[in-house]
Design a protein around this ligand. Structure first.
Ligand SMILES: Cc1cc2nc3c(=O)[nH]c(=O)nc-3n(C[C@H](O)[C@H](O)[C@H](O)COP(=O)(O)O)c2cc1C
Length: 134
């Protein structure tokens, strides 16, 4: 399996403390800069102390970043939704696009609370993150 094969990883997690706008901006800025250097793209959601993220790029870089992200003390209960090979990127233009999940929930009010990560919602949540970001 080639290290440059594109893969995507998606997960949800719970922020260790409620993140203020400044902390979120700092995180997103830093992530976007590093991702640009590493050839990573994706989207990050935040709502009600929960994160959701889809990260994509070459296997070697995504795997390394995924390991680093899991160790980040700013969040916990990191739960993998899906890791898969992809034929092409979904978020070509975004080294890390940030959304407040309210933007998704506003579109789909029946899915309020979905970021709390009930297992039966995994596929729905992933589909939703993709739709909101597209
Ligand atoms: C929810 C969450 C998502 C993150 N996403 C990324 C990301 O996409 N890219 C990135 O470089 N760092 C991301 N980080 C930050 C990394 O965990 C790490 O702090 C950062 O890459 C700096 O790493 P360094 O300490 O090796 O310089 C994220 C952190 C959190 C809590």
């Amino acid at each position: 399996m080639s290290k440059s094969q594109l893969i995507s990883v998606s997960y949800i997690s719970k922020a260790t403390q409620d993140m203020g706008v400044l902390a979120l901006m700092r995180l997103t800025d830093q992530a976007a800069q590093l991702n640009q250097r590493l050839g990573l793209t994706g989207v990050l959601f935040y709502e009600n102390q929960h994160f959701g993220q889809i990260l994509e790029g070459p296997r070697a870089e995504v795997t390394k970043m995924w390991e680093k992200i899991q160790r980040d003390p700013r969040h916990q209960q990191v739960r993998l939704l899906k890791m898969e090979e992809i034929a092409q990127r979904s978020f070509t233009a975004w080294s890390m696009r940030f959304f407040l999940a309210k933007e998704i929930i506003a579109k789909m009010p029946n899915l309020t609370g979905v970021l709390d990560g009930l297992p039966e919602h995994d596929d729905e949540l992933l589909r939703l993150m993709r739709t909101a970001a597209s």
